[in-house]
Write a protein that binds this ligand. Structure first.
Ligand code: THG
Length: 258
C-alpha cells in the first residue's frame, strides 16, 4: 500500500496558523514525522479560500523539500496554485487532481505533460459525483482516454472514486469499494487507485476506527494508495497486517509485533 501523508493541509486549523506565520519548523516537523511513520508521498494542500494560494503552495513545497526527499502530491483545484507547486518540485510530482470536467482536463492534462507528472483523476464532473460504481467507472474511462489525447498513458494515472462521509452518504461507502474493483478491469495492466480515506469519518466520533476498518476493506478490493494519517498507529498496523494477508509482504511474526 502506498501511503500518502495527509497532514500538511490548511484544513487543519493548526496548519493554517503555521502557514499564516510562515512557521517553517512546524510544517517541517509534520513532514519528517509522517515520513518516519511510513509515508511514501506527502500531500500538500494550502487549505480553502486563500487569495495567496500559489505563493503559499510554493513556500510549502520548498519548506518540505528542505527536510524530506519523498515525492509530493500537489493538492489543489486551482491551475495557478498547481503550477506554482509543480514548478518547484524536485521529484516527480503527483497532481491532485483533475476531475472529468472539460475545463479542468483542458488545463490540467497539458500541465501534467509539461511537468512529466503523475495525476489523480477524481470521478466528478459538472453534474457532481456519480451515484453508483458503474457510472464512476465510465467517468474514469473518459478521463483515461482524454489523458491519452495528451500522450498521458494510464500508467501515470491514479483513479479516485471519491469517498464521502459515512454520516452524509452511508450507501456510498460500499459503492466506492465496488468502484475500486471495477476500475482495475478498465485497462491492462490494471489502473492504480487512490482514496482520501479520512473523508469517510468526517464529523463522526470514532474517526480512527472507521478509517482503519474501511482501509482494510479497500485493501481487500485492491486499492493501490491511500491519502491518510500515518501518525495513526492503529491504522498503520492494519496496513502491515493487510499487506501480509494479501501476500504483498513476507510473513514474519516478530515483524507484526514490532
Ligand atoms: N481525494 C483526493 N485528495 C484529497 C481527498 C480525496 N485531498 C483532501 C482530502 N480528500 C484528504 N485529506 C484530508 C485531510 C484532512 C481531513 C480529511 C481528509 C480532515 N481534517 C479535519 C476535518 O476537516 O475535520 C481537520 C480537523 C482539524 O482541524 O484537526 O479530516 O478524497 N485525491
Amino acid at each position: 500500500m502506498i501511503i500518502i501523508g495527509e497532514k500538511i493541509n490548511g484544513l487543519f486549523a493548526s496548519v493554517a496558523k503555521a502557514i499564516d506565520r510562515r512557521d517553517a519548523s512546524y510544517i517541517q516537523d509534520l513532514a519528517i514525522s509522517q515520513v518516519k511513520h511510513g509515508a511514501h508521498i506527502l500531500d500538500i494542500n494550502t487549505g480553502p479560500g486563500r487569495e495567496d494560494a500559489p505563493a503559499v503552495m510554493e513556500w510549502l513545497v520548498k519548506t518540505v523539500q528542505e527536510v524530506v526527499d519523498v515525492p509530493l502530491s500537489i493538492d489543489t483545484p486551482g491551475p495557478k496554485t498547481m503550477e506554482a507547486g509543480l514548478r518547484v518540485c524536485r521529484n516527480k510530482p503527483i497532481m491532485n487532481s483533475t476531475t472529468a470536467e472539460r475545463k479542468r482536463m483542458e488545463k490540467f492534462f497539458p500541465l501534467c505533460k509539461e511537468y512529466d507528472a503523475e495525476i489523480i483523476c477524481l470521478t466528478l464532473d459538472e453534474r457532481g459525483i456519480p451515484n453508483d460504481a458503474q457510472s464512476r467507472a465510465e467517468m474514469a474511462m473518459l478521463m483515461m482516454t482524454t489523458a491519452m489525447e495528451y500522450d498521458i498513458m494510464p500508467e501515470r494515472i491514479y483513479l479516485d472514486p471519491l469517498i464521502l462521509p459515512v454520516g452524509a452518504a452511508q450507501d456510498q461507502c460500499k459503492k466506492v469499494i465496488e468502484a475500486i474493483r471495477i476500475f482495475q478491469t478498465l485497462n491492462e495492466p490494471p489502473p492504480r487507485t487512490v482514496v482520501g480515506l479520512s473523508n469517510v469519518s468526517n464529523l463522526t466520533k470514532e474517526r480512527s476506527l472507521l478509517n482503519r476498518t474501511y482501509l482494510a476493506m479497500l485493501m481487500g478490493a485492491g486499492l493501490t494508495a491511500a491519502i491518510c494519517d500515518p501518525l495513526d498507529e492503529e491504522l498503520m498496523k492494519i496496513v502491515k497486517a493487510g499487506e501480509i494477508l494479501l501476500n504483498q509482504r513476507l510473513y514474519c511474526d516478530d515483524f507484526l509485533r514490532a
